[in-house]
Design a protein around this ligand. Structure first.
Ligand code: ATP
Length: 443
């Protein structure tokens, strides 16, 4: 299967089965903005819930936060986004990289046919430089004037930095500790694309860990290990995950070190999460711009310092896409193609389908009761239409790990057939035990 075909098939499956729809589709769609359908919203929610459990509930050194999307405009001056995002930018239409207009590596004049992309080497693919701010601007209050400009946040991290002391004061935390947040971010990307990989509105799962400066290196290494393990625990194929270390040209000027976790998508190795040792840049800048002291007093050591920050920053949409790509497979079974989304059961949108073999002989009544019992414990689906083989295939395509079939025998022996999505093996399980059987396997 050609790699581009995989993405095309996946995009079409996502629409057909209700994972992802184009935004405002009946009006022709809105560029690189997507909506999650009934299955997609469950998938993304499961990804976010697993992240929240691992980062907040399972640890006693991280607190949760939900900061507003709109923030004081000075925040974006302090963070560097106002200045940093208004440079003249040049895009390569071929490899989608973006450069500053004055990048010394560019040969020729951007916008002209002779100009050559410094990354992919294509000639004539560079756009003319244009002043471009990645942040979406809007106005607060009734008057549309410069003084009323506010931005839709381009990252969730700043909401954490500006609340660092509030959280510290309100909780019993001491450095080292972290603050985690999941929320929407907006970037007016010039070259978005690849389905939900790069969009203009997306969700981030970010955690900022505040540490004593001399310990930042160790914490950085720990967080690298934990975050890679989290992606593996999500069921992603380990061979399709790798580290990418930022070289001197990629590293932000203030950053001490940065590594990306990359996944091998059909369109190449790409970042799904960044782990950064940001030094004391963020708190120092906010201290400077707000005039408020943001240092930390370490009572035990009797010293004051501005904490260093180790950041872990993942995209919920990008991780959801990764789980879809990783789960997608086609198999030939008895001469027919079977399309399967082999999700880790913990993130599958529907955990089990309940299927009466036929719509008669008391089977629908038993199946209906079972369905209502099971759906009290986890998301289930009831399907009584079409041949049983076709119903199994529909559930394979939705990534449902278990199908529970009520047949003629059930009425006699009280047992149902539980079919495993991946092995297609069927086992008989007592009706009263089937909930526990599935719960044990969905993690
Ligand atoms: P990229 O180089 O892909 O633009 P970035 O380095 O700008 O990403 P960060 O600012 O480090 O990304 O953001 C952290 C995470 O947020 C990324 O790893 C990614 O998962 C997610 N993310 C960033 N931009 C987008 C976007 N436009 N659409 C979807 N997810 C995004």
């Amino acid at each position: 299967m050609a790699d581009t075909t995989v993405m095309e098939k996946l995009v079409s499956l996502c629409k057909r089965r209700g994972f992802v729809f184009q935004s405002s589709e009946i009006y022709g769609g809105l560029g690189s903005v997507w909506d999650y359908g009934p299955l997609g919203v469950e998938l993304k929610k499961n990804v976010k819930d697993r992240w929240w459990r691992a980062m907040v509930h399972a640890r006693d050194d991280i607190e949760g936060l939900d900061a507003a999307i709109l923030m004081h405009p000075r925040v974006w001056e302090a963070s560097g986004h106002v200045a940093g995002f208004t440079d003249p930018l040049v895009d390569c239409k071929q490899c989608k990289n973006r450069f500053r207009g004055d990048d010394p590596r560019i040969k020729g004049t951007p916008g002209e046919p002779d100009a050559q992309c410094p990354v992919c080497g294509t000639r004539g693919s560079l756009t003319a430089p244009r002043l471009f701010n990645l942040m979406f601007k809007t106005f607060m209050g009734p008057v549309e004037e410069q003084a009323a400009v506010v931005y839709l946040r381009p990252e969730t991290a700043q909401g954490i930095y500006v609340n660092y002391q509030n959280v510290l004061n309100a909780s019993r935390q001491k450095v080292p500790f972290g603050i985690a947040q999941i929320g929407k971010a907006f970037r007016n990307e010039i070259t978005p694309g690849n389905f939900i990989f790069r969009t203009r509105e997306f969700e981030q799962m970010e955690m900022q860990f505040f540490v004593a400066p001399e310990t930042a290196g160790e914490w950085f290494e720990r967080w690298r290990e934990w975050r890679m393990q989290w992606h593996k625990d999500l069921g992603l194929t380990p061979a399709r995950l790798q580290w990418h270390q930022h070289g001197p040209t990629e590293l932000a000027h203030y950053a001490k070190a940065a590594f990306d976790i990359q996944y091998e998508f059909p369109f190449g190795w790409q970042e799904i999460e960044g782990i950064h040792n940001r030094g004391d840049y963020d708190l120092t800048r906010h201290q400077e711009y707000s005039g408020k002291k943001l240092d930390y007093f370490d009572q035990a050591a009797n010293r004051r310092y501005v904490p260093f920050i180790v950041e872990t920053s993942a995209g919920a949409d990008r991780v959801a896409l990764t789980t879809l790509v990783d789960a997608y497979r086609e198999e030939t079974v008895e001469g027919e193609t079977r399309v399967v989304l082999g999700f880790h059961p913990g993130i599958a949108p529907i955990k089990a389908a309940v299927l009466p073999l036929v719509k008669k002989d008391g089977m629908p009544e038993v199946a209906d009761r079972l369905y209502h019992d099971l759906r009290a414990a986890f998301p289930c689906f009831y399907d009584d239409s079409g041949a049983i083989g076709r119903r199994y295939r529909r559930m394979d395509e939705a990534g449902t790990p278990f199908c529970v079939t009520v047949d003629g025998e059930t009425l006699k022996d009280g047992q149902v057939t539980v079919r495993d999505r991946d092995s297609m093996q069927q086992v008989r399980v007592a009706q009263a035990q089937v909930g526990a059987y599935i719960r044990e396997r969905i993690g």
